[in-house]
Design a protein. Structure first.
Length: 355
């Protein structure tokens, strides 16, 4: 701790992202990256942007990213006035907490959820209350019918992978017409149904997406939000008080290309969904209990083996998965769905460890 720190810095417990080790021949199943590359059209678009006139990199990008907003609007059949974009969904969420969730009453989110939420609350001085998931790790919509300054949850939830139906989301929205309900849909393309379909009927709904997962663009950092224009205006006001140029030229054209290649998107996401089913069955055959998942990862525990020890044993075989030392889930492993070859290597390693 330094005497030069602002008062808030010493009180923060920063978010810890998934490990990114620089190890050769590593099977990396810990950060929910897509195992497949992005659409070839992404690479073509970036190369074209550079090839047309690389000198343009000396110029600032479009601060409004109008080209990208238009592509998002076309993809989801909405107007551009309902779209906000940012440098990955984490930046979008950061603006959401400041612009829409900083009120006198506490924000509500599940007790087992994306661990960045309490970090944002601490950074911005936002009071929050966690709502326990049910014993089967599902969200009960009736638990959110209580006074609050806003509600946020991932759907599918992270790290459990369990999804909440659109009808249940609508139940939460209807019970909280005076609060913003934020649905964080980072993983929805792997089996869930988006709440964007409710955006025209509920002005208190904001849906957040990322292109990191299903579009394989974690390296470009592109996220967006969809909601009522009044919510979007609040986000724009905060963004333009923080950074008017969040997305660079290459990220914009790459993201547009990814959104426009619908055939590649459908092929790659269905490949992940198929592999998830196979991996789930294989783990169950090894004695694991696996939660139903609508994400590109699974959440599993073995009834007779300690999760931390299993993670360590896998690491010794050059395979890394995610283990959370948190109440209720410290015996679970979160395992990203890799390629079929990576999943086969994982199950072979576990079979060796468990024998």
């Amino acid at each position: 701790m330094s005497r030069f720190w602002s008062k808030v810095v010493g009180t923060l417990t920063p978010y810890v992202p998934g490990e990114q080790p620089k190890v050769a021949n590593l099977i990396k199943l810990n950060t929910n990256e897509n195992p497949y590359p992005p659409s070839p059209k992404v690479v073509e678009a970036i190369a074209s942007e550079l090839g047309a006139d690389a000198a343009r990199l000396r110029l600032y990008p479009d601060p409004n990213a109008d080209l990208l907003k238009a592509a998002i609007a076309r993809t989801h059949d909405i107007t551009v006035h309902k779209v906000f974009v940012g440098n990955g969904s984490d930046e979008v969420l950061a603006h959401v907490f400041m612009a829409l969730l900083k009120h006198e009453r506490p924000v509500l989110f599940p007790d087992i959820t994306y661990s960045f939420y309490p970090v944002y609350c601490a950074l911005y001085g936002i009071d929050y209350r966690t709502v326990p998931l049910a014993d089967d790790f599902t969200i009960d919509p009736t638990d959110y019918a209580q006074p609050n300054g806003g509600i946020i949850f991932p759907n599918p939830n992270a790290p459990t992978g369990r999804q909440l139906g659109v009808d249940a989301i609508e139940q939460i929205l209807a019970a909280n017409r005076d609060s913003v309900v934020v649905v964080d849909e980072a993983y929805v393309d792997f089996g869930g149904k988006s709440a964007i379909s409710l955006a025209d009927r509920y002005d208190n709904l904001l849906v957040v997406h990322t292109l990191s997962k299903s579009r394989s663009l974690a390296g470009l950092r592109v996220g967006f939000a969809v909601g009522d224009p009044a919510l979007i205006e609040a986000l724009e006001r905060v963004k333009n008080s923080f950074n008017s140029y969040p997305l660079d030229r290459l990220a914009i054209v790459g993201a547009v290309a990814a959104l426009e290649d619908a055939a590649y998107f459908e092929h790659s996401r269905h490949a992940v969904i198929t592999s998830r089913g196979t991996l789930t069955a294989e783990l169950q055959s090894l004695g694991f209990a696996v939660l139903p998942s609508a994400a590109n990862f699974i959440f599993a525990r073995h009834p007779h083996r300690d999760a931390a020890q299993l993670a360590l044993a896998l690491r010794e075989k050059n395979i890394i998965v995610r283990h959370f030392k948190l109440p209720r889930i410290d015996q679970f492993l979160r395992i990203t769905v890799g390629t079929d070859a990576e999943c086969a290597a994982l199950t072979a390693a576990l079979r060796s460890i468990l024998k």
